[in-house]
Design a protein around this ligand. Structure first.
Ligand code: PHE
Length: 357
């Protein structure tokens, strides 16, 4: 019995897994196990022998059963320890960065421009992209025969046969929002109007859809000097330079008088644009004092009020600021391009937090 005990206690102690333990249990205390067989032998013994051997065998059976149970628990504990060791994880690590897309440079620049003008007291105004002929042209002092209509390569919508009202157009600029805002708000007012505009044109610097941002400020004594200051403040903030020289070139728009196109001083050293230095000039916008007829179309009395307006190409200034060479790629929806030129989705531009990344 002592040999039997030593044998099984040893085997149990060295068992490597639960399956081995189960085999040992069957071998020792199973129905046909060694100890069970020994117990059957009790019947053949004399009463005295049985009184000694019986309790010993029972005690041995109990000892082996508890050794099996203890070993089983030990194996389970070791397995759990191993799992805890293998599956260890530092829960204080930052969350995994998952890119869910990027902000398009046009959206980014629109936000930047809006933040800058908001700081100067300009609210955001909007108008429809499908616009009436009157808002897009007539109200802006561009009558039917005016060459500006032809120059703008306008997209026209259809009218039913027999309907001779002038067709609606895809707005060719954001200037109709000037009229809508004047009619809706009256004077004084100070707004910018970013949005999509359309012209039938397609090459490296022109796409049939592009973006403009209109500016309009109407008050009692607004002059070209205010226009110049506002644009200088804007350009310095937008291009993130301390000083910049603007050149106002006399120009002509039907809806402003006088009119000026505005260039900024820049250099193209080594193919990269630097704003504020060098001997080159780059045109960035059209502007002027709002024409009295335009104020009238907006139901504002030109004898009482005056103001300035400007219109700037958003895609154009985005290309300049972020060094993007081809305008057409803006609207290709090529994911590689978007990942390269896009902006992190939580980097909202603000004046205090920084405009660009
Ligand atoms: N609407 C003009 C354009 O698209 C720009 C402009 C706006 C000029 C306002 C003067 C004043 O070219």
């Amino acid at each position: 019995m002592d040999d039997l005990r030593d044998k099984y206690i040893n085997l149990i102690a060295n068992a490597a897994d639960e399956a081995t333990l189960e085999d040992l249990r069957v071998q020792a205390v199973g129905k046909k196990g060694e100890i069970s067989l020994q117990m059957r032998e009790l019947g053949k013994m004399s009463a005295e022998e049985r009184q000694v051997a019986g309790p010993k065998l029972n005690a041995l059976k109990d000892e082996i059963n508890s050794a099996l149970a203890a070993k089983k628990q030990g194996l389970a504990d070791a397995a759990l320890d191993e799992r805890l060791r293998a599956e260890w994880m530092d829960v204080t690590l930052p969350a995994r960065h998952r890119r869910v897309g990027t902000i398009h440079p046009v959206s980014q620049v629109t936000e930047e421009v809006t933040a800058i003008f908001a700081d100067m007291g300009f609210a955001v105004a909007e108008g429809p992209q499908v616009e009436s002929d009157w808002f897009n042209f007539d109200a802006l002092n561009i009558p039917g025969h005016h060459p500006a209509r032809a120059e703008m390569d306008t997209f026209y919508t259809h009218r039913a046969p027999g309907d001779d009202r002038p067709p609606h157009v895809l707005r060719t600029h954001t200037s109709p929002v000037q009229i809508r805002t004047m009619q809706a708000q009256g004077a004084p007012l100070r707004v910018i109007a970013p949005g999509r505009v359309y012209r039938a044109d397609y090459d490296q610097t022109h796409t049939p859809m592009f973006h403009q941002i209109e500016g309009l400020a109407i008050d009692k004594d607004i002059s070209m000097a205010n226009l110049k200051w506002v644009l200088e403040e804007f350009v310095k903030a937008f291009f993130e330079v301390d000083d910049v020289e603007l050149r106002f070139r006399a120009s002509h728009f039907p809806f402003t008088e006088p009119s000026a196109e505005v260039d900024i001083r820049c250099s193209w050293e080594g193919g990269t644009l630097k704003v504020g230095e060098g001997d080159d000039w780059l045109e960035i916008l059209g502007s002027g004092m709002v024409h009295p007829k335009v104020l009238e179309a907006g139901n504002i009395d030109p004898n009482e009020w005056q103001g300035f307006a400007f219109g700037m190409g958003i895609d154009r200034i985005a290309m300049l600021k972020y060094g993007i060479p081809d305008l057409r790629a803006f609207f290709d929806s090529d994911l590689r391009w978007l990942r390269h030129y896009g902006f992190a989705s939580l980097d909202v531009p603000t004046l205090h937090g920084g405009l660009s990344r």
